[in-house]
Design a protein around this ligand. Structure first.
Ligand code: BGC
Length: 252
């Protein structure tokens, strides 16, 4: 199967490998998302096998865009958060291409993909200034876009905020682990946002990750000055951004 104006995206996370064909004129999925549990341990070879299974299940024979929860430079994973440490220094582009019969693939950071998708189709589509997306999950992912151009691999989840890494302070996993109320957690998120807005002065923050579904419970409690809007694409942003990356042929 192959079609004009469509591209295939796969979002690889700690618990699931999710993929679909994306209609790039709308940013919508062309069919129901396919999800396969991430193999444990999530080693490069095991994940590559899962990716091949997913693509076969979708009956897709064209190029594929893929995300990893890693810094990705020239197709090589440089870090590995929430995925097996053996990813570090793996040539992910080559690995996935081989697993998919030698076809063209593009690999990028998961938050970068989500940011590109929200910037073009979602919460930031009407903003032509500086957009910063933060995904709140097990860690904090970040994406920085200026007038539609991504600055890749920003990794603001690891910035030090008051003596502690941002993601150790305000990831949604911290809220769960410490059983924080929305009010308590929002105070931690505020500290992170203030640090970032004082350094980068974005026009808007887009809040992504699972907890963005409950945005009405906590966005109003934030005390920073830059507007914060909830992501629109929710659990498809990574897939859509991966498809955008392979369509444009541009990847960090
Ligand atoms: C990683 C990022 C990733 C984010 C979300 C962070 O811990 O360093 O590369 O984008 O988690 O998965």
């Amino acid at each position: 199967m192959s079609a004009r104006g469509q591209a295939f995206g796969i979002d690889i996370g700690g618990s699931g490998v999710k993929g679909a064909l994306v209609d790039l004129s709308t940013g919508e999925l062309a069919h129901e998302r396919i999800k396969i549990a991430t193999p444990q341990p999530s080693t490069p070879n095991a994940v590559a096998e899962t990716v091949a299974k997913l693509v076969a299940q979708a009956d897709w024979d064209g190029p594929v865009g893929l995300t990893l929860p890693s810094v990705v430079v020239n197709g090589i994973a440089r870090t590995a958060a929430n995925i097996d440490k053996s990813w570090i220094d793996t040539d992910a582009r080559n690995l996935f291409s081989l697993a998919l019969g030698g076809r063209e693939v593009v690999v990028l950071n998961d938050a970068d993909a989500a940011g590109m998708a929200e910037d073009r189709y979602g919460a930031a589509r009407d903003d032509d200034g500086l957009v910063m997306l933060l995904t709140f999950g097990t860690g904090i992912g970040s994406a920085l876009m200026y007038r539609g151009t991504l600055v890749p691999n920003t990794e603001f989840g690891h910035i030090m905020v008051d003596g502690k890494e941002a993601e150790h302070r305000a990831a949604s996993s911290v809220k769960e682990r410490k059983k924080l109320s929305y009010k308590e957690w929002a105070a931690q998120v505020t500290k992170v946002l203030v640090t970032l807005e004082n350094l980068l002065w974005p026009d808007v923050f887009v809040a992504g990750g699972g907890i963005s579904r409950d945005a009405e419970h906590w966005i109003p409690l934030l005390g920073n000055r830059t507007p914060v809007v909830a992501a629109h694409l929710r659990n498809t942003a990574g897939i859509v951004g991966a498809a955008m990356a392979v369509e444009s042929g541009i990847a960090p």
